[in-house]
Design a binder for this molecule. Structure first.
Ligand SMILES: [Zn+2]
Ligand SMILES: [Zn+2]
Length: 195
């Protein structure tokens, strides 16, 4: 197609799963229109262009941007969150529980910081135990919950995606503040008020 025969250019959003394409159409009066399909991230709707890497989900072939919440890496492959959740399920509440426990908080502390319904918390915890993400160790009063390797792997995999913004990011910050406060109190108990 000769460039000089094209009278009009038109940009259209590309369909899901297709990167970008060019089409030519002829109008009734014989002029030629070049239609360019513009790719958008199927996750967040952000425009994908040649300057930015485009990632393709290895399961559904959705095109995704590099934002950690749009494309998540697991075992050397790229996934959209929906598909990764089918392979490695981890709810945001369960992520919070693992995060709290791996910061050496007790279960009661985690529950206080999560601020959700007791039933929701308990069923999320129960599922983590059933999936061998978390394990209860010790007896009665001395029992505690520990995060197992599979739990750490799931937590690591979703860390960037979940903590980018929203309630999980807020929770992580609250845990940080809580841990700092605890450390400060521990120092004060040893050496008196240091401020
Ligand atoms: Zn995106
Ligand atoms: Zn997918």
């Amino acid at each position: 197609m000769e460039e000089n025969t094209i009278l009009e250019e038109r940009e259209l959003p590309e369909k899901q799963g297709i990167l970008s394409s060019k089409r030519y159409a002829t109008t009734t009066n014989g002029s030629v229109i070049r239609e360019t399909g513009i790719a958008f991230c199927d996750g967040c709707g952000y425009r994908l262009d040649s300057n930015r890497a485009t990632i393709i989900c290895c399961v559904c072939r959705k095109k995704l941007c590099t934002s950690p919440s749009c494309s998540i890496d697991y075992a050397g492959r790229h996934y959209c969150e929906d598909d990764l959740q089918r392979i490695l399920p981890l709810e945001r509440l369960q992520f919070k529980i693992i995060h709290g426990l791996s910061c050496n908080l007790g279960l009661t502390e985690v529950r206080d910081l999560v601020r959700c319904q007791k039933e929701d918390f308990n069923s999320a915890l129960k599922e983590l135990v059933a999936r061998k993400f978390v394990e209860k160790t010790g007896l009665s009063l001395f029992s505690r919950y520990e995060v197992l390797d599979r739990g750490i792997l799931a937590w690591k995999t979703y860390y960037k995606a979940f903590t980018e913004n929203g309630d999980v990011a807020y929770f992580v910050e609250e845990v940080n503040n809580h841990v700092k406060e605890k450390d400060r109190n521990a120092v004060e108990r040893c050496y008196g008020d240091i401020s």
